[in-house]
Design a protein around this ligand. Sequence first.
Ligand code: TMP
Ligand code: ASP
Length: 248
Amino acid sequence: MNINKGNLLYKGKAKDVYQTEHPKRVMVKFRDDITAGDGEKKEIMGMKGYYNSLISAKLFKTLEDAGIKTQYIDLPEPGHMLAHKLDMIPLEVITRNIAAGSLLRRFPFQEGQTFDPPIIQMDFKNDEYHDPMLNKDIILALGLANNEDLRIIRETTLKINQVLKSFLESRGILFPDFKIEYGRDYEGNIVLGDEISPDTCRFWDRETKDVLDKDLFRKGESGVIEAYKKVANIILDEKDKKRWNLDF
Ligand code: TMP
Ligand code: ASP
């Protein structure tokens, strides 16, 4: 398929965003670059963009089916996602169902402790400042969002957590935490954007407790792509696999 890409609008650490002929639509290219530590640790892993695009598209579609507005329009081919153009808000909205990662390094929680209701944390998306954790007053003072935006973001994020947690758990995957980002569309609506993939979530096999996400790379362990492929295999249904002629 011919993927028509116009000007490069944005180059992130793992994705490129291109303008399309349609002013309100962009093409997101998922690259094979994998980074950690604000980009200090960096490698290229063949097929990472391919699997992340398939996983993100499936999870966005699942959210759309549950009535949540997302940036996703279509995946014309693995690696390329057609999306609504958004003005992204530099907030990393993290939801935690089980204590893991930086939460354990920063606070006296027990490893594996569960949170019900979940914890929602917001970090400033800014490599130069190392993505510091924010509070409401700092978000308002920086002008990143207003009170109403924050109410919508919180409510939508809790709903996203419910939908994805039950979708994944029904397939044997635990969902300890994840990071999402929002943007504003042309009408000013707050819309879920970016990606939802093993780069941005923790996924654990419920039975074996195997890690199926970027923590493998962060910790220098092997089997990163195999883990991403396994997530794609578990969450895609037969129809998706047929569409892409997937060999699993
Ligand atoms: P953390 O425990 O390291 O703070 O990570 C929480 C969640 O956020 C985890 O699912 C991975 C995701 N994440 C990102 O997507 N980008 C990042 O830069 C970091 C640090 C975490
Ligand atoms: N997203 C950050 C980076 O790419 C860190 C991480 O995900 O651990 O450097």
